[in-house]
Design a protein around this ligand. Structure first.
Ligand code: ADP
Ligand code: MG
Length: 159
């Protein structure tokens, strides 16, 4: 599918984007976040967690690879993964049983590109780029759905 591209002026708006994206997400969805350190991957995930109505602060999972946030709103849990240290890809994460969790969860993976793609043929790639200057809070976000699931997901509503 053609990417949906948007400009996000500040961190609050990034969280808002996460909340709006969450409204489009369903159990079984895999979201892969790409962007340098400080791009806003965790900030976006925090908004997704707010939108899903999950328990627990969504923070950088620095010392854990994955954190499960159960839903308080009767929706799917959020499984938040930081794959940064996983050089070996999915086999290194076998113990997490992400494949078992995925059908009933929303799985959001920071640094997931090239590491966990094989978890699902249908996934949403979100790429975050910083603006031109270091002082600029602007982020450029592009969302690309892979697979039939995303044709009717309504991603274009986010632009
Ligand atoms: P990552 O997980 O990609 O390393 P974080 O979300 O942890 O990034 O950190 C992003 C930092 O940048 C936060 O301190 C956030 O407040 C700040 N920030 C400033 N502008 C934005 C923006 N437009 N979108 C997201 N974060 C922003
Ligand atoms: Mg992060």
């Amino acid at each position: 599918d053609a990417p949906v591209a948007l400009t996000v002026p500040d961190a609050d708006r990034m969280r808002e984007l996460g909340r709006r994206l969450a409204a489009l997400l369903r159990p079984g969805d895999l979201v892969l976040l790409t962007g340098e350190l400080g791009a806003g991957k965790t900030t976006l995930t925090r908004g997704i967690g707010e939108g899903l109505g999950v328990r627990g602060d969504v923070t950088s999972p620095t010392f854990v690879i994955a954190r499960v946030h159960p839903s308080l709103a009767g929706g799917p849990p959020l499984v938040h993964v930081d794959a940064y240290r996983l050089a070996g890809g999915l086999d290194e994460m076998e113990d997490l049983d992400l494949d078992v969790a995925l059908p009933e969860s929303v799985v959001v993976v920071e640094w997931g590109e090239g590491r966990v793609e094989e978890l699902s043929e249908e996934r949403l790639h979100v790429v975050i780029h910083r603006g031109a200057s270091a002082e600029d809070d602007t982020r450029h976000v592009s969302l690309t759905g892979v697979g039939d699931r995303w044709h009717e997901a309504g991603l274009e509503q986010l632009a």
